[in-house]
Ligand binder design. Structure first.
Ligand SMILES: C[S@@+](CC[C@H](N)C(=O)[O-])C[C@H]1O[C@@H](n2cnc3c(N)ncnc32)[C@H](O)[C@@H]1O
Length: 319
């Protein structure tokens, strides 16, 4: 049994997912155990609508050997080139990174990786700051509380759906006070653009999605990218899929997924999480739940929004 906490009540289920262990376009999820490059070579050109990943940061975690910065960038470049080859012309790449730490000095990885993407003629659309309130407490510098997502597109014509990811207006009742629209609501009733600074709790010990993986994505972070940058039945790739978070976020919204993971124990957990989701037993922090604010307990009540689609694969939120 996985170490899920059942403190919160957000539970999801997905219909039976067809999982393949090698590239197979008839599967819902391709989950390859091994080096991502070996999988990517089998994927046809222009196949993927969204690449979203968090690569190893070369920090010497249990799944990586620390190498020089040059070696690290060369490895990353090979993988990024393959990702660009298999990316649809309307597709996006979201590369989520933090800092490489060298003897106490921080090196923001996105600044080193950006030239690789730029040399491949990708277009940077946003440098999204993912802010979270918890993490290691530094004593010789300010504690790090954000990482970034570099969002690139392959062309100027790209899929971007803003409506599914709008967030509540701060003042939803605000109206024009003069001019021809006087008295009408001034904001979009569907909500506002979430902006490029996202406050989303990271997956630390008491997060309901926590597994044994040391640096798991929160599902809601990936949901926002999936919903805005792809349409139903599009293919999404995570070359470093870890315990399958990208797969969960994609399958929840009727997308198909390809992922690679080098560590067998993480692949096993990814499969277990998918099976739990099929049974309706996977706990996930809902995308529209506000961040806990101890000074305003009323604001912490999760919005009771249940979105059910007519498509049988649509996820249901059981609150
Ligand atoms: C930062 S973690 C990603 C975690 C993931 N986002 C999640 O939510 O579980 C990077 C992952 O890449 C895996 N990895 C490292 N090198 C790899 C390679 N060459 N091919 C595939 N996976 C690799 C590591 O084992 C690790 O689980």
């Amino acid at each position: 049994m996985l170490p899920f906490h059942t403190l919160n009540k957000g539970k999801y289920f997905v219909n039976k997912v067809k999982i393949a262990s090698e590239f197979d376009p008839s599967a819902d999820l391709v989950l390859y155990q091994g080096n991502c490059l070996d999988l990517l070579f089998h994927v046809p050109d222009n196949f993927i609508k969204l690449v979203v990943t968090s690569p190893p940061y070369n920090l010497g975690k249990q799944y990586e050997n620390r190498i020089t910065m040059d070696e690290y960038l060369t490895q990353q470049e090979k993988i990024i080139k393959e990702c660009v080859r298999i990316l649809d012309d309307r597709g996006s790449i979201c590369w989520q990174v933090g800092n490489y730490v060298d003897n106490g000095k921080i090196i923001p990885l996105d600044t080193f990786l950006y030239p690789i993407f730029a040399s491949l003629q990708l277009h940077l659309r946003n440098r999204i700051v993912w802010y979270f309130g918890h993490g290691l407490h530094a004593s010789k510098r300010f504690s790090g509380r954000y990482e970034v997502i570099l969002w690139f597109t392959k062309s100027n014509e790209y899929t971007f759906n803003l409506d599914p990811v709008r967030v509540p207006q701060k003042y939803p009742q605000k109206k024009y006070f003069k001019g021809p629209k006087k008295g009408e609501l001034s904001g979009n009733p569907l909500g506002k653009n979430p902006g490029d600074v996202w406050e989303i709790p990271n997956v630390k010990a008491n997060h309901i999605e926590k597994t044994i993986h040391p640096c798991q994505f929160p599902v809601e972070l990936i949901e926002r990218l999936v919903l805005s940058m792809t349409n139903e039945f599009d293919w999404i790739l995570d070359p470093f899929i870890g315990v399958g978070t990208t797969a969960i976020a994609a399958l929840m919204h009727n997308r198909k997924v390809i992922g690679a993971e080098i560590m067998p124990e993480y692949v096993k957990i990814a499969k277990e999480r998918i099976r739990l989701a099929e049974k309706g037993s996977l706990s996930i922090r809902p995308m529209d739940r506000s961040v806990y604010n101890p000074d305003a307990p009323k604001a912490n009540v999760p919005p009771q929004i249940v979105k059910l689609g007519s498509n049988p694969r649509q996820l249901k939120l059981l609150m």
